[in-house]
Design a protein around this ligand. Structure first.
Ligand code: FAD
Length: 479
């Protein structure tokens, strides 16, 4: 019998670790060390995804074993208790997860449990060691990575295990194990039991059915306008699959297969290009995962070393205004309020808000990373570090240190009718569109007449660009 440890692969279909000749006993372990990095939106999504996974096993006449504790203790005990001859899991690429995996292998050996350990690649289309530069290291340039990633053959999704391949833990484990160490068949722990408050946001539905519904809708229609519409937050033209890809409630091979179907059904070259544009986003996802695998410190340290430290500003009031969506820059504020209400933000607006924090306010990107970690439903170490270090000009493939996103020009270009801003900043609902975009440059009298309840800009636009450039040039050692 084989013990399969589910982590970020909360599905039975398209899970390369599950098929095989052995019978499978599936387990998920609530690990306090990992949960310490959790936050209400992600943990709430996780619990719903586990509920869905458990249903998928029940449909196969089985049960998902739910345990709580340190996997280094839980897995050897469990493997011994059910007399497993193998333990499997899908790879995870963060430093914390990789160190935990190594520790679990050592703990199994120390406990004298004789099992084969097999790791699968169910999270990415291509493993880090398969896409490398000539000197066998990870790519730090996305364009080169993309060409190689795009041209490599992709494996197809695998079928789910059938009824009978999956073992019911209640038939294999004694009462002591089932009663004390696990919560099998009982209710899932609540957020409060795991130490979390309810999320402030209305978190999107989790689970495999929700993921497949989103993917089906996207593949039928939205994917064909992705290239034209994806940068416009009001057009709702992206897949919203990010939390599902994070927790593996849909497999990435299934998503890839949907792009193949969409490409085959595309009626013209523009539609095929649009599908390709979406595939490029999947490649960004893998690019950042490979970077994290090679440089686990990218979560805490600048990827790109500057000779001297960047002198970030200590600005508690600026940081508070940014978090609360009260900067007086309508597009930034709309994004920060969407984050609070939906636990998700459109990518273009994430970039604008991140650039505003790190360049206009010159506040350390770690502050932004931490706030997003606490508020996003799709928080993912690799993409968060990638996105934040990109905005802060410290990451691989980052924007140059002297480049700024002008929130006024960005809102004129990407929210031309002010629709997205009006939805999330109700104080501006009745304001003329021009005034919405130009808000930071209007004088106080005009602002008071147009939207008396909306805040004035906390910084004059452009005034602090010189300050940011000087800070970066000092860190670079430029004269
Ligand atoms: P789609 O446009 O439908 O893209 C499909 C999938 O591709 C996404 O679900 C995601 O898995 C992947 N993807 C798309 N864009 C990126 C990207 N730039 N980097 C990496 N993967 C990408 N994404 C996260 O999943 N988790 C995060 O914690 C996260 N933090 C970010 C922080 C900042 C500052 C920035 C600028 C970006 C961040 N992103 C993060 C990337 C991106 O914003 C989201 O993946 C995207 O908005 C999710 O929406 P979607 O599923 O509709 O995307």
């Amino acid at each position: 019998m084989r013990l399969h440890w589910h982590r970020r692969d909360l599905r039975v279909t398209d899970n390369p670790a599950l098929p095989g000749d052995d019978r499978i006993l599936p387990v998920f372990v609530h690990d306090p060390e990992i949960l310490a990095y959790g936050a209400p939106p992600v943990v709430s999504f996780l619990l719903d995804a586990l509920d869905s996974l458990r249903e998928q096993y029940r449909e196969r006449g089985s049960e998902l074993l739910l345990a709580r504790g340190d996997p280094r203790a839980v897995l050897p005990d469990l493997a011994a208790a059910c007399d497993a001859d193998a333990v499997t899991w899908n790879r995870d690429y963060s430093g914390l997860a990789s160190a935990r995996d190594r520790a679990v292998v050592a703990a199994l050996a120390d406990a004298g449990v004789s099992v084969d350990v097999e790791r699968f690649g169910g999270t990415l289309l291509h493993e880090p060691e398969h896409i490398t530069t000539n000197d066998v290291s990870h790519y730090s340039d996305f364009s080169d990575f993309w060409l190689e990633w795009r041209d490599r053959e992709k494996a197809a999704p695998v079928a789910a295990p059938v009824r009978g391949d999956v073992v019911d833990p209640r038939d294999s484990l004694d009462e002591e194990w089932l009663g004390e160490a696990s919560e099998t068949a009982g209710p899932l722990p609540s957020l409060a039991e795991l130490g979390f408050d309810d999320p402030e946001a209305d978190v999107q539905p989790a689970g495999t059915d929700a993921a497949h519904d989103l993917l089906a809708d996207f593949r039928e229609d939205t994917i064909y306008r992705y290239e034209d519409d994806r940068e416009y937050p009001a057009r709702e033209s992206t897949s919203r699959l990010s939390p599902h890809l994070k927790f593996g409630t849909v497999g990435v091979r299934t998503v890839w297969e949907a792009t193949e179907d969409a490409a085959a059904a595309a009626s013209d070259g523009d539609s095929r290009e649009s599908v390709e544009a979406f595939r490029r986003r999947l490649a960004w996802r893998e690019f950042y995962a490979h970077v994290l695998d090679a440089r686990p410190d990218v979560v805490t340290e600048n990827y790109r070393e500057y000779p001297d430290e960047i002198q970030w500003r200590d600005d508690p009031e600026g940081l508070r205004a940014w978090k609360d969506g009260e900067t007086g820059y309508p597009l930034v504020d709309a994004g920060m309020r969407q984050l609070r209400h939906e636990a998700w933000v459109h990518n273009r607006v994430r970039m604008v808000a991140a650039s505003f924090l790190t360049k206009d306010l010159l506040i350390d990107w770690h502050e932004g990373y931490d706030w997003y970690r606490r508020k996003l439903v799709d928080h993912d170490t690799a993409h968060a570090a990638g996105g934040w270090q990109w905005a802060a000009s410290t990451g691989p493939n980052a924007q140059p240190y002297f480049r700024f996103f002008n929130p006024v020009a960005q809102s004129e270009t990407y929210d031309p009718d002010g629709e997205y801003i009006r939805e999330h900043v109700p104080e501006l609902r009745d304001a003329p569109t021009d005034a919405i975009h130009e808000w930071p440059t209007l004088d106080d009298e005009k602002r008071a007449a147009i939207a008396p309840d909306y805040t004035a800009p906390i910084v004059d636009y452009g005034e602090h660009h010189e300050r940011a450039i000087e800070a970066f040039e000092a860190a670079r050692g430029d004269d």
